[in-house]
Design a binder for this molecule. Sequence first.
Ligand SMILES: [Zn+2]
Length: 248
Amino acid sequence: MQLILHGTGAGIPSAERCASALTATFSNGAVVLFDAGEGAAQAMLRDGVDLSHIITVAISHTHADHWCGLPGLLTALAVAKRKSPLTILAHPTALAFLQQSALHSHLFPERLSFAIEWKPLAPFALPDDWRCLPIPNTHLHQVEALAERAGVCPTAVSFLLEKNGVEAVYLSQDLGSEEDLRGKLKGCSLLVCESAHVNLQAVVEMAELAGVRRVVFTHIPPGLLTVPASTPAVQVIAATDGYSVQVE
Ligand SMILES: [Zn+2]
């Protein structure tokens, strides 16, 4: 499985970094996209991803930097006359909203050359015997009550990718704090961690204790210039757009 970080920026627009978008590409060429921030389609094209190979898009939460590239991606697929179905996974409340965003882009099911399956986030199978487990985190806890009252998405998730219990990768997406990672990293060789809501040093220490061998920081806000040093046990990397890592 090849992971590519197409957008390593945080919520504040940056001239150097695109908004959140990460793909996993499998041995059959299938691509799964995790979050689709602004310009996700363009960022994937820049990094050599064939958009027609995307089979699934999973959205962690509805902050704009994680979803608003979706209508643009769907437009690109429609113009290309895609044939194969596309699955879009999100929180049930977010699904209705994302579906509306497609309709407001005049992407009517009757006129699309491909079917879109809108599904509530739940564990799902990936190629090559991988599977993805959405793990709720506390990123939205401060606004949870307001979100529920407003009828909008009240929950954010991280994604655990695991292969038959022999390999695992943790994609933090946006967190409430590093405490969301506690107890979750066992068996993971790689942690792709956001940088905007966590203590980076604490993340590296937690990763080391859990046996994680590589921490890749992403979702990097403007002005964050340094990440903690690598240790003998953990390689620490500050990703830039297009950063790619192979996981077997
Ligand atoms: Zn967020």
